[in-house]
Design a protein around this ligand. Structure first.
Ligand SMILES: Cc1ncc(COP(=O)(O)O)c(C=O)c1O
Length: 420
């Protein structure tokens, strides 16, 4: 691919040089969090060495510089997803989880009532499930979910059946963190709107890995996390359409989010400050900007193309190993870079430990998607997940390490499972 120089990219990520248990690090846990390029690390240090001040309130030079840099990150985050009004429609939170909780509370408390329905999918991360369960308890609204088929794709007919005039919000992930499935959120948003509902997209996995355009999707909310897209931890984004955000009451109360306060009552600040109570995570928000710059310089289309290639390579390589069971779509064009699998009847935790001894970091467990695990009829899976700096050789290392696990735990376990 022209312009996509993986060796040069890897040189920007200091951690990729380290060894784990004497072996070169093979980092395949990118769906959990990604590594950070030098540009992001340097920006954090620069902020603390030269600009540290509280934002918005100060009139001195440091406060003005920090405020300008913070607001520049807001503009970049908004432009990255093509928000129409970044200065008002981008709210900084701590993570995707907090962004969704903000909507569930600030929108849900005001607009949901008994008999209303909240629709999500069978593959949601707990972050896009528990906030709705909690708000359903307090408002009397009912939860419904769209089923998936055995390939891990949403069943469209079930979406048509579940989204009705009772639906008030459809909240669905654009990319599953387990199966990698890419969901038709634009079509779901159209369905939601036709039913008089609004649409929230959980973009935690999609925004880092593919071009996402909120105006094209016509979603009402989009939630994502900086730490999954090269940026620092502790920074989440909530995009919301201006008129909907305007109509909502605040989520948290405190400093920064008010206009006028008496002992009895207050009026609230304009967007976005109404939703950013207290001192925000200034340093990390500022260091999120070079992460966005980095992704834009590579180009989201190029990143997506790289990930389709490496994901397909991984799917094919793993499928060729006797005893491996894969979950989710087999065609990488239909999914992001997360490949969930099991190996024989080895517990994924044991497998992860063996791989760690080989320097390979994967995820093992329920991936914060316990209902999905039950739907797949497993207690847990292993998951390899890729990003813009991963190479095919790392997939080869993973496959070779499976043989080590097999030797250690005995061929019988894999052969037995293969025969099932
Ligand atoms: C699909 C999805 N939604 C939400 C989240 C929650 O993200 P965070 O932990 O940054 O809040 C994750 C994290 O893995 C995720 O994969």
């Amino acid at each position: 691919m022209t312009g996509y120089d993986i060796d040069q990219i890897r040189r920007d990520f200091p951690i990729l040089d380290r060894k784990v248990h004497g072996k070169p690090l093979v980092y395949l846990d990118n769906a959990a969090t990604t590594q950070k390029p030098r540009q992001v690390i340097d920006r954090l240090v620069h902020y603390y060495e030269h600009e540290n001040a509280n934002i918005h309130r100060g009139l001195h030079t440091l406060a003005e510089e920090a405020t300008a840099a913070y607001e520049e990150s807001r503009r970049k985050a908004g432009a990255f997803i093509n928000a129409a009004h970044p200065d008002e429609e981008i709210i900084f939170t701590r993570n995707t989880t907090e962004s969704i909780n903000l909507v569930a509370n600030a929108w849900g408390r005001k607009f949901l009532k008994p008999g209303d329905e909240i629709v999500f999918s069978a593959m949601e991360h707990h972050s896009n499930l528990i906030p709705w369960q909690l708000i359903a308890l307090t408002t009397g609204a009912t939860l419904r979910f769209i089923e998936i088929d055995d390939d891990g794709k949403l069943i469209w007919d079930d979406a048509l059946a579940k989204i009705t005039e009772k639906t008030k919000i459809v909240a669905v992930t654009q990319m599953s963190n387990v199966l990698g499935t890419i969901n038709p959120v634009r079509e779901l948003a159209a369905l939601a709107h036709a039913a008089g509902a609004i649409m929230l997209v959980d973009g935690a996995q999609s925004v880092p890995h593919m071009p996402v355009d909120v105006r094209d999707l016509d979603c009402d909310f989009l939630a994502f996390s900086s730490h999954k897209m090269l940026g620092p931890t502790g920074v989440g984004v909530l995009y919301g359409k201006r008129d909907i955000l305007d109509a909502m009451d605040p989520f948290l109360g405190g400093g920064e989010m008010i206009k006028r306060v008496t002992y009895e009552s207050s009026t609230y600040a304009d967007l976005p400050n109404k939703f950013e109570a207290g001192t925000p995570n200034i340093a990390d928000v500022i260091a999120f900007a070079p992460a966005i710059d980095y992704l834009e310089a590579l180009g989201m289309d190029a990143i997506r193309a790289h990930e389709i290639a490496i994901t397909q390579y991984a799917i094919d390589a793993l499928a060729a190993v006797e005893g491996v069971t894969l979950y989710g779509p087999r065609d990488a064009a239909d999914k992001g870079g997360a490949v969930a699998f099991n190996y024989g009847d080895l517990h994924p935790h044991d497998l992860s430990q063996v791989l760690d001894a080989e320097g390979i970091a994967i995820r093992a467990g329920h991936h914060c998607a316990q209902p999905l695990m039950r739907r797949l009829d497993v207690v847990a899976t292993a998951r390899a997940s890729f990003y813009l700096y991963n190479r095919r050789e790392e997939v080869d290392a993973l496959v070779e390490a499976l043989a080590v696990a097999d030797r250690m735990f005995g061929n019988a376990s894999t052969a037995r499972a293969a025969a099932r």
